[in-house]
Design a protein around this ligand. Structure first.
Ligand code: PGA
Length: 241
């Protein structure tokens, strides 16, 4: 694992944006795996700015998002579909047909997951996967206990995840209980991975994921087995390393 500790927030976003931009420059038809959450917001803002300036071109880029809540409409402000269009896709020159996000509105979520996994394979696999991490060590919505060989599937959200994400909803009862998520095996098949960790509240889990035992209790610890992972942390998140 390559560990990079950013000096400040701006540096944190810039380092991540440099890695993604370089990927797009090296391979204009890159397949990117993308994450939602507060952590990559600054990265997406940087990518939008660089696209506006003509420094990076999304016209041939394909994307696959990690996950989506089950049961939220695309128009729901807390759906990941909505998040991605608001923060990235609606502001760069990506072709709509190149955007992939699991559809949380389908009746048959298992079938949707199977097809999603197939679509990633047909696209040639993910070149660069962007990841955040949950306080419980989840990557995507792969909660503690998820087997390392899991593929895209319908999962039950952990109590801690429901609580953490309730900050975006009017009440905790409105947080969906299930989500469609790429599996750990799906994530590990990406050629390169960038794991972004920020904030003091993530310091403990960062330490466990990076230096702790490789265990399904801490899903992100599996990344220690991947040959090309860059972990970008801010000083607070890196404080216990
Ligand atoms: P956050 O979420 O970036 O909003 O902290 C990360 C995650 O749960 O994976």
């Amino acid at each position: 694992m390559e560990i990079i500790i950013a000096k400040n927030k701006e540096d944190f976003d810039r380092i991540a944006a440099d890695i993604v931009s370089q990927q797009i420059k090296d391979k204009p038809d890159s397949v990117l795996g993308l994450a939602t959450g507060s952590t990559p917001l600054g990265l997406y803002a940087q990518l939008v700015e660089r696209n506006k300036k003509g420094e990076i071109d999304f016209s041939k880029v394909k994307t696959f998002n990690l996950d989506e809540y089950k049961g939220l409409a695309k128009t729901h402000p807390q759906s990941y579909y909505y998040f991605m269009f608001k923060n990235l896709f609606g502001k760069v020159n990506i072709q709509p047909e190149n955007i992939n996000i699991p559809n949380g509105e389908v009746e048959d979520a298992e079938k949707e997951c199977e097809e999603y996994e197939k679509k990633i394979k047909e696209a040639g696999g993910i070149d660069l996967q962007v990841l955040g991490i949950g306080h419980n060590g989840h990557i995507g919505f792969n909660e503690p206990g998820t087997p390392f060989d899991s593929i895209t599937s319908l999962i039950d959200l952990d109590k801690r995840t429901i609580e953490a994400n309730s900050r975006f909803f009017d009440s905790i009862d409105q947080v969906p209980r299930q989500a469609l998520s790429m599996g750990i095996k799906t994530i590990m098949q990406a050629r390169k991975i960038i794991l972004m960790i920020s904030g003091k509240d993530k310091a403990e889990i960062a330490q466990k994921a990076i230096n702790g035992p490789i265990t399904t209790d801490v899903p992100a610890s599996v990344l220690q087995l991947h040959p090309f992972v860059t972990v970008v942390l801010d000083e607070e998140a890196a404080s216990l390393l």
